[in-house]
Design a protein around this ligand. Structure first.
Ligand code: NAD
Ligand code: UDX
Length: 463
């Protein structure tokens, strides 16, 4: 089977970049990305590709090249489903906020809606690809909906989880470590797997395309995220011990990372991991383990989240303690709000929780982030429902320049590792601040010796 028409449901951080790269690398395939969110689709179609809704280095160039040629963004979900041979489901699967599994399980209501819509519309056989991160055995539920509510056509369900990280999505998609495709071991299942392998083989070498059964593929995605997050919680746990013992966590990370069995990546101590995936996927893993009665497995992985929450709280506590146990009416400047550099995404960003803690202590927060809008920052805080929206907008002032944000601040906190922060004139910033001037580096990106020579009281995580 040769694929010539693909539809992707969900034009978000995964659907948008993934489909843009497929369209760029496969000009013979028509790729249509659909979403219920009209504004999002309007933004993807903005004539100026600098205004597309997701900021990722290199993405606007790819969209410029492929959009209108073989890449389309549309709200006509049913039309796109009807025309496509392959339908990727790339909708959000957030943590449930209600009912059974509240706060732990993945909310699959958007997935189910997609399955029902595909079943209703499909008049020919289709391959349905799970691109969203899903609990192991979700394909079973999707298949049951498709087979029992459809028009008698055949569906093959594949699991093809996405491993891109935000901020490096384009390079991750162009040069993936591996592509994982899970499918049925029947002849029809194998035919569907091969059809999808051929799509990726347009730019990924075949030895990097791994095929497995559906359940291994679904579970591998949760496992990968759990292992990555576990490394961060492990080094963050050590960072606290370093602060007590005089060891330096960056030196410890370097020393252990040179062991080829451990490796150097994902060992950067920080104010805590954020992002839409790690916490959600581990909570989901914990929920799944509990639902099979595997309490030790569940407790083991839950500790990764407990450590991460502790690290965020520890950072805000340290600011309060160091500023003589009170930050009331003091101005604390935040550099960075995004959950990591090179993205405008703020989901689960540590900055939100640190700001919330400090506002509880009646601090005034002034923020600068090169890519996050004022409305986004305020809505992130409002979402926590700790206080009224008015109180949040009084406590948070937002600047479009770091020098302004830091002027007359008592302390600065680095929450995101944006490269530009390392290029600032720190003497100038120091001169404009209240004294003593404190700098809490939640990302360990600045030069301690230089800052201390200026006069800053500099505190990095883990030293
Ligand atoms: P997102 O919220 O950015 O995008 C999801 C989009 O789906 C939204 O625009 C929403 O309007 C749309 N949508 C929801 N239901 C729909 C429906 N029935 N019809 C049409 N559109 C619908 O989410 P995301 O970050 O792209 O994540 C999507 C999935 O990919 C999640 O399961 C996530 O866990 C997984 N994932 C995310 C990342 C990441 O870095 N963000 C990486 C790998 C995997
Ligand atoms: C993650 C996975 O890396 C990716 O494979 C998956 O598809 C989606 O989830 P993402 O959340 O976009 O990607 O970014 P990632 O680079 O993993 O960073 C997540 C968080 O961990 C960020 O807040 C980052 O700052 C933090 N982090 C990362 C650390 O604190 N220390 C590190 O060493 C690495």
């Amino acid at each position: 089977m040769k694929i010539t028409k693909i539809c992707c449901i969900g034009a978000g951080y995964v659907g948008g970049p993934t489909m843009a790269v497929i369209a760029q690398k496969c000009p013979h395939i028509q790729v249509t990305v659909v979403d219920l969110n009209e504004q999002r689709i309007k933004d993807w179609n903005d004539p100026n590709t600098d205004n597309i809704p997701i900021y990722e280095p290199g993405l606007s160039e790819i969209v410029s090249e492929a959009r209108g040629r073989n890449l389309f963004f549309s709200t006509e979900v049913e039309k796109a489903i009807d025309e496509a041979q392959v339908i990727f489901i790339s909708v959000n699967t957030p943590t449930k906020t209600y009912g059974k599994g509240k706060g732990m399980a993945a909310d699959l209501k958007y997935i189910e809606l997609c399955a029902r819509q595909i079943a209703k519309v499909a008049k020919q056989n289709k391959i349905v690809v799970e691109k969203s991160t899903l609990p192991v055995r979700t394909a079973e539920a999707i298949k049951s909906i498709l087979d029992n509510t459809g028009n008698g056509v055949q569906f093959q369900i594949l699991s093809n989880p996405e491993f891109l990280a935000e901020g490096t999505a384009v390079t991750d998609l162009l040069n993936p470590d591996r592509i994982l495709i899970g499918g049925d071991t029947t002849p029809e299942g194998e035919e569907a797997i091969n059809a999808l392998v051929d799509v990726y083989a347009n730019w990924v070498s075949k030895d990097k395309i791994l095929t497995t059964n559906v359940w291994s593929s679904e579970l591998s995605k949760l496992t990968a995220n759990a292992f990555l997050a576990q490394r961060i919680s492990s080094i963050n746990a050590m960072s606290e011990l370093c602060e007590k013992t005089g060891a330096d966590v960056s030196e410890v990370a370097k020393a252990i990372g040179m062991d080829s069995r451990i490796g150097p990546k994902f060992l950067k101590a920080s104010v805590g991991f954020g992002g839409s995936c790690f916490q959600k996927d581990i909570l989901n893993l914990v929920y799944i383990a509990k639902s099979y009665g595997l309490n030790e497995v569940a407790d083991y992985w839950e500790q990764v989240i407990i450590m991460n929450d502790h690290q965020k709280r520890r950072f805000s506590n340290k600011i309060v303690q160091t500023l003589y146990n009170t930050v009331a009416d003091k101005k604390i400047a935040f550099l960075g709000w995004a959950f990591k550099k090179d993205t405008n995404d703020t989901r689960e960003s540590a900055a939100i929780y640190v700001a919330d803690d400090l506002i509880n202590e009646q601090a005034k927060i002034s923020v600068y982030d090169p890519k996050v809008s004022r409305n986004k920052m305020l809505s992130d805080l409002d979402y926590l429902e700790t206080r009224s929206d008015e109180a949040n907008s009084k406590a948070l002032s937002i600047f479009d320049n770091a020098y302004e944000a830091c002027k007359s601040a008592h302390a600065i906190a680095i929450l995101t590792e944006w490269d530009e922060f390392t290029t600032y004139d720190w003497q100038k910033i120091y001169d404009s601040m209240h004294k003593p001037a404190f700098l809490f580096d939640g990302r360990n990106i600045l030069d301690a010796k230089h800052l201390e020579s200026i006069g800053f009281i500099y505190k990095a995580i883990g030293s």
